[in-house]
Design a protein around this ligand. Structure first.
Ligand code: FES
Length: 154
C-alpha cells in the first residue's frame, strides 16, 4: 500500500482543497509510481484516506488512459487512433507494430518490455501519424521507421 509518508503528504493537502476528490489523481499517481500500475487494493485505500467511495476513485482511475489498472510492460507504446492520424495511414503503423511485437493493441509482450495501447489525439495532428513511446513522441512515421523506434527501447 501507499507508504505512510506518502499518505501524510496527501492527508496534509486535503485541507488545501475544497473537496478531497481533487486529490484522487495525485494519489493514483503515487500508487502508479510505486507499482507501475494501480492495483485494486490501492483504489480501496485511496478511497479510505480521502473519505470517498471506492466507485468515485475507480471512476477517475478508469477515465484516464495514463492510469493503468492492470500491469503494463516496461515501455508503453501509444498509438493515436484519432481521425487525423487514421487518415494518414496510422492503421498500417498499428499493424506493423503488432507484427513486430507479436501482440495486439491492448496487450503486453511476453517479456514485459512493451505494452501497446491506443490513445486519443496527442495534439500533433499536423505531424501525423504519431506514436508515443513512454514520453517520446514520434511524428510523421512510416512503416519502415517502426523497427528502429522499437529497437531504441530494447
Ligand atoms: S489525430 Fe493523431 S495526433 Fe491528432
Amino acid at each position: 500500500m501507499i507508504i505512510k509518508e506518502e499518505y501524510k503528504i496527501i492527508n496534509k493537502k486535503k485541507n488545501l482543497y475544497e473537496h478531497p476528490r481533487s486529490l484522487i489523481i495525485e494519489a493514483l499517481k503515487i500508487a502508479q509510481i510505486k507499482y507501475g500500475w494501480v492495483p485494486n487494493k490501492e483504489i480501496v485505500y485511496i478511497a479510505k484516506i480521502l473519505s470517498l467511495s471506492v466507485s468515485e476513485v475507480e471512476s477517475v482511475a478508469t477515465f484516464y488512459s495514463k492510469i493503468f489498472r492492470k500491469p503494463v510492460g516496461k515501455n508503453i507504446i501509444y498509438y493515436c487512433d484519432s481521425v487525423v492520424c487514421y487518415l494518414h495511414n496510422a492503421d498500417s503503423i498499428r499493424k506493423n507494430i503488432e507484427l513486430i511485437l507479436n501482440i495486439k493493441l491492448g496487450q503486453t509482450t511476453k517479456n514485459n518490455k512493451f505494452t501497446f495501447l491506443p490513445t486519443s489525439c496527442l495534439g500533433r495532428c499536423d505531424y501525423s501519424p504519431i506514436i508515443m513511446v513512454n514520453y517520446d513522441i514520434y511524428t510523421k512515421i512510416l512503416k519502415k521507421d517502426i523497427i528502429n523506434i522499437i529497437n531504441k527501447y530494447l
